[in-house]
Design a binder for this molecule. Sequence first.
Ligand code: ZN
Length: 388
Amino acid sequence: MVDWLWLILLAALGIGWLLGRHSVSHKLFQQKNGLSTGYVEGLNYLLNEQPDRAIDVLVSMVEVDSEAVETHLALGTLFRNQGEVERAIRIHQNLIARPTLSKSQRMQALMNLGLDYKQAGINDRAVVLFEQLALETGSHRDNALENLLEIYQYEKEWLKAIDVARKASLKGSAKQNQLIGHFYAELAEQAITTNDLRGAAKMLRHAKGLTRHSARYLLLQFKLAQLRGKYKSALRWLEEIISHCPEFRTHILDDLEACYGELGLESLFLARLKDMAADSRSGLHLVCRIADIVQAQQGKEAALALLEEHADRFSAPLLSAKILTLINLGDPLAGGHQVAELADELVVGLASASIENRCNHCGFEAKERHWCCPGCGAWDSLDYQEAS
Ligand SMILES: [Zn+2]
């Protein structure tokens, strides 16, 4: 709907310009009346969401007055929105070739042509136009930078994306820091993939201060320390995650156990887990995972004691099912054979169904985590949801 309002505004501006331009001549006065009728007709089609009919009207207006720049711009935009990008490109290219365009009209035509190329996937040409417009001031510059940012992210040109994000209007804002932090994290991940650990460390130094307590930054610092065999440091980073990003606690349990093992601190591992289970920010899934580890190391009575100790924090049927499963462990008749089977099914079913990552911008849902939403491209927009 916003697109249509913008188009209507653009068409209205074009007609306003046409009316002013032709008011000095009787001959053109007649033409003006004809174009006004066309405008009203086109506007009606737009309001009725009939873009094909609106295009017909605008084409006829262009035929009546081939010099009407704004009408061409509106028509080109309509073609692009209708997916007819090649026609939009032809219209905007013809406009730019005119020597009589004002600076503002030329910039608008360049912007529209850039958007045409971007939609057609001809990103190299779009980039040339947007970079030219980024040297200007005002809204064209902002729009150009925004589009460059989208293209460089799509093409994973992270250094260029960082450069553009630093110039964009969101300069110095938390949003800018968040974006640039993710771009450096992308570069650090690339470096880790090629075993360039010094390169990864350098990228993370850049990200520090931008995303100091972000889960992604902390996880990458942990990964780097682990790859370098620095387990004391790795454990410190895991503790930072436990402290600042409680929703990631379940995710790092195996790494935590491995670190305690490498440092010869196995005896302290269970105590750390029990502390974590007692923390009110630990969700039911984490507590159930901890109960499994306790059961494996200390037996089912200890695991049951842990669950019962924290039972008042959770009301979900998953907790009851988990307790039943533990009661029946190694003694299928203790709680009734069928009940045990049902409890197992319930635990598995709830565990897989209740963990979701949902985008708070577009509603995209995924079982796995994404730093950037595959649905709308927003960063850090997928919220972790867990049954309690
Ligand atoms: Zn999204």
